[in-house]
Write a protein that binds this ligand. Structure first.
Ligand code: SAM
Length: 205
């Protein structure tokens, strides 16, 4: 969603930042030296962190601006690919131990999110894990800006705030088992923003 917005955002914000608090919080839950895939990697900060911890990392984003910039500076781990989540089937055939999406499910339309979850299930090893952190409808900024559809609001870009039971049902309908879910404030504080986020660990049986 919002490819033009993200391309112009990354024209100005393409330096490598520190890993997110979410990435650091899950690092000890990853299998050793695992095959790892990040969906919607943005400036790659979490992918660099996972690679630096010994994992073999693929990462994709729809923004050719940020992926081209990352590929100019980087070697082959992480491996960055320009790909829309809707086109992953034609771009990546690998099977992963872990697939990770931070602040991505709420940046996707419902259809894109469904595609992403289906693709994720089909590209995990049996026993593989899906980690996700996204904004909830309980987020204080829910309702700000122009309403586009139920639960979708547009400020400078669109966000589709997640409802916990709906996303859990979507995952379970695909075949995932939910290992952990948390819906809380205080986990993703950035400057003066303290969103309510939903963190999920889902496992492919
Ligand atoms: C809020 S940013 C999060 C970036 C990164 N995960 C982080 O936490 O720093 C959302 C990202 O999702 C990407 N995105 C949105 N829709 C996408 C799609 N259909 N396919 C691939 N990436 C998409 C955007 O380009 C953007 O980089």
């Amino acid at each position: 969603m919002d490819k033009n917005y993200w391309n112009s955002y990354y024209q100005k914000h393409n330096s490598i930042a520190k890993p997110s608090s979410y990435a650091k919080s899950i690092i000890n839950q990853l299998p050793e030296k695992c095959k790892f895939m990040e969906l919607g990697c943005g400036n790659g900060r979490d992918s660099f962190y996972f690679a630096s911890e010994g994992h073999s990392v693929f990462a994709c984003d729809q923004s050719n601006i940020i992926i081209n910039s990352l590929n100019e500076k980087n070697g082959d781990n992480p491996r960055f690919i320009t790909a829309d989540i809707n086109q992953l089937n034609t771009k990546i055939e690998n099977i992963f131990d872990v697939i990770y999406a931070r602040f991505v499910l709420h940046a996707l339309s419902k259809e894109e999110a469904q595609n992403a979850l289906n693709w994720t299930f089909n590209h995990l090893e049996s026993g593989g894990l899906f980690f996700s952190e996204s904004r909830s409808i309980k987020d204080p900024i829910f309702g700000d800006g122009q309403q586009v559809e139920s639960r979708i609001y547009k400020t400078d870009h669109q966000r589709r705030f997640l409802e916990k039971n709906e996303i859990l049902n979507d995952l379970q309908n695909i075949g995932f088992v939910i290992d952990d879910v948390v819906e809380e404030q205080g986990l993703a504080v950035y400057k003066d923003s303290d969103p309510v986020v939903i963190r999920i660990v889902a496992r492919k049986p």
